[in-house]
Write a new protein. Structure first.
Length: 331
């Protein structure tokens, strides 16, 4: 007997990430090859955005995906998040010319209050949320505070793209296949202060910093390549990462709905319980192990050493600053 379809709400569905993401959800790559889905596609109430969304939906129809049971196209968040089992918050206002990060945070904040409330009031009781729209950690924090009845641990933000970027860099440097790299982990904020952890990653089963003996490269080039990869893609492509961001979100959700193997972890931004000195309540990237039943834990006992600890402190300070900027939206 076929499974009951799950409802997956996606904001910013007519955007470039949406375009790369939706066919992969509808073809079973996020929730598995036997899990039917209903896509609830949310865009801004502008004629052009809704027309573009209609076009995306027509293309999805034309793919004739067997798992795609229905689509809802709307600019009404209450309708969009109705019965949603997963809410993928991809849409956000892009940073305009001359706009500072703080301005972006203030511009986007109220959107996530509205979405958090709509999720609270209309989504399924088991709803889980993944935030991609930037600044994703703080947007997730805002939505979490606005959704008073949804347990905090259901709110996550995405550093899986950063993890994938870091894995690829380590594999290239070591001259091995990317499948040889395990437990690559990003700590902190999804921003230029993020901390790619080369101490706890392994290459071919050995610590990455034993396989790659050029520690100056690890601390400098590797770090800055991963931290600034988003900007480098914009420079090269004239547009921000979309295919790789969509891929990161497929991985992020897939990892959370399936159990993580013993001794393994994935990078996920989740509410901090104070682990590793990260201020409790902030949404920060941690080593996360999923139980495959809707629960997860933050893996304990990893050693960071002075260099990575110092970097994590700086990233946490940035998250605190962002939280301060939106303090009025968290009450
Ligand atoms: N966390 C990550 O790793 C990561 C990686 C890449 C991009 N991003 C972020 O993802 C977001 C989307 O990127 P994109 O390339 O798809 O952008 P895009 O501009 O192509 O598309 C964004 C879409 O969101 C829509 N939108 C804006 N506000 C909305 C709202 N309130 N409700 C519903 N829809 C809304 C827009 O109309 C647009 O269609 C950006 O904020 C970007 O910075 C995050």
């Amino acid at each position: 007997m076929s499974k009951t379809p799950i409802h997956v709400a996606v904001t910013g569905a007519a955007g470039q990430i949406g375009y790369a993401l939706l066919p992969r959800i509808a073809s079973g790559q996020m929730f598995g090859p036997d899990q039917p889905v209903v896509l609830r596609l949310i865009e801004i109430p502008h004629e052009k955005a809704m027309a573009a969304l209609k076009g995306v939906a027509m293309e999805l129809e034309d793919c004739a995906f067997p798992l795609l049971r229905d689509m809802v196209l709307t600019s009404d968040v209450n309708e969009g998040f109705r019965d949603a089992n997963w809410a993928l918050l991809v849409g956000a206002k892009p940073r305009g010319p001359g706009m500072e990060r703080g301005d972006l945070i203030k511009e986007n904040g109220p959107i996530f209050v509205g979405q958090g409330r709509a999720i609270n009031d209309h989504a399924s009781a088991d709803v889980r949320v993944a935030v991609v729209g930037n600044p994703c950690n703080t947007n997730a924090l805002i939505a979490m505070h606005a959704a008073k009845d949804v347990p905090n641990e259901r709110f996550t933000a995405m550093t899986r793209l950063d993890q994938n970027r870091a894995e690829a860099q380590l594999a290239q440097k070591a001259g091995v296949a990317v499948s040889e790299v395990h437990n690559m982990l990003i700590w902190g904020n999804h921003s230029a202060t993020q901390v790619p952890d080369f101490k706890n990653a392994t290459i071919g089963g050995k610590p990455a910093d034993e396989v790659i003996t050029d520690h100056e490269w690890l601390k400098n080039d590797f770090f800055s390549t991963v931290q600034k990869r988003g900007a480098a893609i914009i420079q090269a492509r004239g547009l921000s990462s979309a295919m790789s961001a969509a891929n990161g979100l497929i991985d992020h959700v897939h990892d959370l709905v399936n159990a993580t193997a013993d001794g393994s972890w994935r990078s996920v931004c989740v509410p901090s319980d104070g682990s590793y000195g990260v201020t409790e309540g902030l949404i920060s990237s941690f080593p996360v192990q999923s139980d495959g039943q809707g629960g997860y834990k933050i893996v304990q006992g990893l050693e960071l050493g002075d260099f990575l600890s110092g970097k994590l402190k700086a990233s946490v300070a940035e998250l605190e600053e962002e939280r301060e900027t939106v303090a009025d939206l968290l009450s």
